[in-house]
Each structure stands twice: as C-alpha cells, then as structure tokens.
Design a protein around this ligand. Structure first.
Ligand code: ZN
Length: 141
C-alpha cells in the first residue's frame, strides 16, 4: 500500500521491498503508528526533543523521513541542526505519552507537533528587511 502504491523503501537508492503500512524497509524502519490517508498508508514516527526550557514531541511520517532525510539518523541530525537537544525516537505509545509531560523545569514548546522545515528561532533578518522596505515605500509616497 504505502504512499502512491510504492513497493520499495522511500530512502533514495535503497530499493528494498516494503510491507504493511510502511514506506521504509526493515533496515530503515522505525517504530510508529500506522495510518491511512486516502489510498496511501504511512507510519507516523514520534521524536522527543528539547529547545531551551521547552520540551515536546515532534511527528514525522516515514515516507518524508526516508525521502528527505535518508532515515531516522538523518532526521535526528537535522533536528539537532535546527537547534534541538536530547533528541530521541519514541518507540512505544507509552514513551510518547510520557514525553508529552515535560520533566522538571521544562514546559511544552509551542513547536510540538508535526515537524516544520523552519522554527521561529531559525528565522533571522528577513523581518527587519521587510520593515526597511515598508519605510522606504513611505518615503517615496
Ligand atoms: Zn531501506
């Protein structure tokens, strides 16, 4: 089943066969929750992450993890590059539930939920550039 009727692993160059709701082969597969979206299936993986005094659970489907990151290790590395620490894959529903309750000194980050290509702290100067453009337009008027 998988995404778009794929029969092989979503990791580029892998080519191993997949089964069930998975988009990743036995070697690249990570535990997660199988879901059906229209005619496609995928496995949603959950990741614990911390940023500053915040903690939360980030979700990513297995197809995106394979196609964009080459598997779990690549995605974990990407989260670290995005500024997260103590990143880890959550293997069981119990681990996911426990991770939703932050430990001492932590609060739930508003970034928790589906993975984003960019988080607020990654956004830099574009906002100030926009303001300069607005002020120069006023000068011309
Ligand atoms: Zn594979």
């Amino acid at each position: 089943m998988a995404i778009d009727g794929n029969t092989t692993c979503a990791v580029p160059g892998c080519g191993a066969l997949i089964s069930g709701p998975n988009n990743l082969c036995n070697e690249h597969r990570l535990p997660g929750m199988g879901v059906r979206v229209g005619g496609s299936t995928m496995v949603i993986t959950a990741w614990y992450a911390e940023h500053g005094d915040e903690a939360g659970v980030i979700l990513l489907n297995d197809w995106a993890m394979g196609a964009h990151f080459g598997g779990g290790a690549g995605f974990e590395g990407n989260l670290r590059e995005q500024g997260f620490v103590n990143v880890g894959n959550l293997a069981t529903p119990e681990e996911v539930e426990a991770a939703k309750k932050p430990g001492r000194g932590k609060k739930v980050g508003d970034w928790a939920g589906p993975w984003k290509t960019q988080y607020p702290w990654e956004i830099g100067s574009p906002i100030s550039v926009d303001q300069e453009e607005i002020s120069s337009e006023k000068d011309n008027a």
